[in-house]
Ligand binder design. Structure first.
Ligand SMILES: [Fe+2]
Length: 207
Protein backbone atom coordinates (compact mmCIF):
# COMPACT_ATOMS: atom_id res chain seq x y z
CA UNK A 1 0.00 0.00 0.00
CA UNK A 2 1.09 3.55 -0.55
CA UNK A 3 2.13 5.51 2.48
CA UNK A 4 4.10 8.50 3.67
CA UNK A 5 7.43 6.67 3.83
CA UNK A 6 9.52 5.48 0.92
CA UNK A 7 12.47 3.16 0.59
CA UNK A 8 15.44 5.52 0.19
CA UNK A 9 17.72 4.68 -2.71
CA UNK A 10 21.05 3.06 -1.94
CA UNK A 11 24.00 5.47 -2.17
CA UNK A 12 25.87 3.01 -4.44
CA UNK A 13 25.18 0.07 -6.78
CA UNK A 14 24.17 -3.24 -5.17
CA UNK A 15 27.48 -4.83 -6.19
CA UNK A 16 29.65 -1.86 -5.17
CA UNK A 17 30.68 -3.30 -1.79
CA UNK A 18 31.63 -6.75 -3.14
CA UNK A 19 33.41 -8.88 -2.21
CA UNK A 20 33.30 -7.54 1.36
CA UNK A 21 29.49 -7.48 1.19
CA UNK A 22 28.08 -9.29 -1.85
CA UNK A 23 25.39 -8.02 -4.20
CA UNK A 24 23.30 -10.98 -3.08
CA UNK A 25 23.45 -9.85 0.55
CA UNK A 26 22.58 -6.26 -0.39
CA UNK A 27 19.78 -7.52 -2.62
CA UNK A 28 18.11 -9.38 0.24
CA UNK A 29 19.05 -6.93 2.97
CA UNK A 30 17.88 -3.81 1.12
CA UNK A 31 15.32 -5.26 -1.25
CA UNK A 32 13.61 -7.56 1.26
CA UNK A 33 14.41 -6.66 4.88
CA UNK A 34 14.70 -2.87 4.60
CA UNK A 35 11.84 -2.68 2.09
CA UNK A 36 9.60 -4.70 4.41
CA UNK A 37 10.26 -2.35 7.33
CA UNK A 38 9.13 0.57 5.12
CA UNK A 39 6.03 -1.28 3.90
CA UNK A 40 5.06 -2.38 7.42
CA UNK A 41 5.63 1.10 8.84
CA UNK A 42 3.31 2.58 6.23
CA UNK A 43 0.63 0.06 7.13
CA UNK A 44 1.02 0.70 10.87
CA UNK A 45 0.91 4.51 10.71
CA UNK A 46 -2.02 4.73 8.27
CA UNK A 47 -4.73 6.84 9.88
CA UNK A 48 -2.68 7.61 13.00
CA UNK A 49 -0.97 10.79 14.22
CA UNK A 50 2.33 9.24 13.12
CA UNK A 51 1.37 9.43 9.44
CA UNK A 52 2.20 13.15 9.43
CA UNK A 53 5.41 12.94 11.45
CA UNK A 54 8.98 12.74 10.24
CA UNK A 55 10.70 9.40 10.64
CA UNK A 56 13.09 10.64 13.36
CA UNK A 57 10.17 12.11 15.30
CA UNK A 58 8.31 8.80 15.22
CA UNK A 59 11.38 6.93 16.46
CA UNK A 60 11.85 9.35 19.35
CA UNK A 61 8.14 9.49 20.20
CA UNK A 62 7.69 5.73 20.36
CA UNK A 63 11.04 4.59 21.81
CA UNK A 64 9.80 4.28 25.38
CA UNK A 65 6.19 3.34 24.62
CA UNK A 66 5.64 -0.39 25.03
CA UNK A 67 2.19 -0.15 23.42
CA UNK A 68 3.78 1.35 20.29
CA UNK A 69 6.63 -1.13 19.98
CA UNK A 70 5.58 -2.32 16.52
CA UNK A 71 5.69 1.21 15.15
CA UNK A 72 8.97 1.86 16.95
CA UNK A 73 10.59 -1.33 15.68
CA UNK A 74 9.72 -0.65 12.05
CA UNK A 75 10.39 3.11 12.13
CA UNK A 76 13.72 2.62 13.88
CA UNK A 77 14.73 -0.14 11.49
CA UNK A 78 13.98 2.12 8.51
CA UNK A 79 16.10 4.88 10.08
CA UNK A 80 18.88 2.45 11.11
CA UNK A 81 19.16 0.97 7.63
CA UNK A 82 19.16 4.36 5.91
CA UNK A 83 22.00 5.26 8.28
CA UNK A 84 23.84 1.96 7.78
CA UNK A 85 23.92 2.25 3.98
CA UNK A 86 25.34 5.75 4.28
CA UNK A 87 27.87 4.49 6.84
CA UNK A 88 29.40 2.28 4.15
CA UNK A 89 31.25 3.27 1.00
CA UNK A 90 33.29 1.52 -1.66
CA UNK A 91 35.45 4.68 -1.94
CA UNK A 92 36.94 5.00 1.50
CA UNK A 93 38.79 8.15 2.50
CA UNK A 94 40.87 8.80 5.61
CA UNK A 95 39.42 10.81 8.50
CA UNK A 96 40.53 14.44 8.44
CA UNK A 97 39.92 17.74 10.20
CA UNK A 98 37.68 17.77 13.28
CA UNK A 99 36.88 14.08 12.89
CA UNK A 100 40.54 13.14 12.84
CA UNK A 101 41.14 15.23 15.97
CA UNK A 102 38.17 13.59 17.73
CA UNK A 103 39.45 10.13 16.78
CA UNK A 104 42.90 10.97 18.10
CA UNK A 105 41.35 12.21 21.35
CA UNK A 106 39.53 8.86 21.61
CA UNK A 107 42.83 6.99 21.36
CA UNK A 108 43.32 6.66 17.63
CA UNK A 109 41.62 5.02 14.65
CA UNK A 110 42.91 1.55 15.51
CA UNK A 111 41.39 1.69 19.00
CA UNK A 112 38.12 3.14 17.67
CA UNK A 113 37.77 0.31 15.14
CA UNK A 114 38.77 -2.31 17.70
CA UNK A 115 36.21 -1.04 20.21
CA UNK A 116 33.50 -0.85 17.53
CA UNK A 117 34.25 -4.45 16.52
CA UNK A 118 34.15 -5.56 20.14
CA UNK A 119 30.78 -3.87 20.62
CA UNK A 120 29.44 -5.62 17.53
CA UNK A 121 30.73 -8.99 18.70
CA UNK A 122 29.44 -8.46 22.24
CA UNK A 123 25.91 -7.52 21.16
CA UNK A 124 24.01 -10.68 22.10
CA UNK A 125 21.58 -11.54 19.31
CA UNK A 126 20.41 -8.97 16.78
CA UNK A 127 21.39 -5.33 16.99
CA UNK A 128 23.73 -2.56 16.03
CA UNK A 129 27.13 -1.12 16.95
CA UNK A 130 27.63 2.64 16.76
CA UNK A 131 30.23 5.37 16.79
CA UNK A 132 28.52 8.30 18.49
CA UNK A 133 29.56 11.78 19.53
CA UNK A 134 28.60 13.49 22.75
CA UNK A 135 29.64 17.12 22.61
CA UNK A 136 32.35 16.24 20.12
CA UNK A 137 33.70 13.41 22.29
CA UNK A 138 33.52 10.06 20.53
CA UNK A 139 32.10 6.94 22.16
CA UNK A 140 31.07 3.43 21.14
CA UNK A 141 27.61 2.07 21.84
CA UNK A 142 25.71 -1.09 21.03
CA UNK A 143 21.94 -1.47 20.87
CA UNK A 144 19.67 -4.53 20.68
CA UNK A 145 17.15 -5.23 17.92
CA UNK A 146 15.82 -1.95 16.48
CA UNK A 147 17.04 0.38 19.24
CA UNK A 148 19.39 3.24 18.40
CA UNK A 149 21.18 6.06 20.27
CA UNK A 150 19.39 8.70 18.15
CA UNK A 151 16.11 8.04 19.97
CA UNK A 152 17.83 9.24 23.16
CA UNK A 153 19.12 12.39 21.48
CA UNK A 154 22.65 11.06 20.92
CA UNK A 155 24.42 12.12 17.71
CA UNK A 156 25.29 9.02 15.67
CA UNK A 157 28.33 9.14 13.36
CA UNK A 158 28.45 5.62 11.90
CA UNK A 159 26.75 2.30 12.44
CA UNK A 160 27.23 -1.34 11.56
CA UNK A 161 24.34 -3.80 11.38
CA UNK A 162 25.00 -7.02 13.31
CA UNK A 163 21.70 -8.74 12.58
CA UNK A 164 22.41 -12.11 10.96
CA UNK A 165 20.75 -10.94 7.73
CA UNK A 166 23.63 -8.46 7.33
CA UNK A 167 26.30 -11.14 7.04
CA UNK A 168 24.99 -14.69 6.95
CA UNK A 169 25.07 -15.18 3.16
CA UNK A 170 28.71 -14.01 3.00
CA UNK A 171 30.19 -15.05 6.34
CA UNK A 172 27.66 -17.57 7.73
CA UNK A 173 27.96 -17.43 11.53
CA UNK A 174 31.31 -15.60 11.53
CA UNK A 175 30.14 -12.20 12.76
CA UNK A 176 33.70 -11.27 13.90
CA UNK A 177 35.03 -11.82 10.36
CA UNK A 178 32.24 -9.68 8.87
CA UNK A 179 33.05 -6.92 11.34
CA UNK A 180 36.77 -7.17 10.68
CA UNK A 181 36.30 -6.89 6.91
CA UNK A 182 33.64 -4.17 6.90
CA UNK A 183 35.32 -1.98 9.50
CA UNK A 184 38.67 -2.20 7.70
CA UNK A 185 37.39 -1.56 4.18
CA UNK A 186 34.01 0.13 3.99
CA UNK A 187 33.48 2.74 6.72
CA UNK A 188 32.41 6.09 5.28
CA UNK A 189 34.49 8.63 7.19
CA UNK A 190 33.07 11.47 5.08
CA UNK A 191 29.58 10.61 6.38
CA UNK A 192 30.94 10.46 9.95
CA UNK A 193 32.53 13.89 9.46
CA UNK A 194 29.22 15.34 8.18
CA UNK A 195 27.42 14.01 11.25
CA UNK A 196 30.07 15.32 13.62
CA UNK A 197 30.03 18.70 11.92
CA UNK A 198 26.26 18.97 12.23
CA UNK A 199 26.57 18.59 15.99
CA UNK A 200 29.28 21.24 16.29
CA UNK A 201 27.41 23.93 14.30
CA UNK A 202 25.33 25.36 17.20
CA UNK A 203 28.40 25.31 19.44
CA UNK A 204 30.40 27.35 16.96
CA UNK A 205 27.50 29.70 16.36
CA UNK A 206 27.19 30.35 20.09
CA UNK A 207 30.90 30.90 20.62
FE1 LIG B 1 19.64 -5.09 8.68
Amino acid sequence: MAGPFELSPLPWAEDALAPTISAKTIGFHYGKHHATYVKTLNELVAGTKYADMKLEEIVRATAEKTDEHKIFNNAAQVWNHDFYWRSLTPKQSKPSGALKAAIEAFGGEEKLIKDLAEAGKAQFGSGWAWIVSKGGKLAIEKTPNAANPMSKGVNCLLTVDVWEHAYYLDYQNARPKYLEEVLAKLLNWDFAAENLDRESQPVRAAA
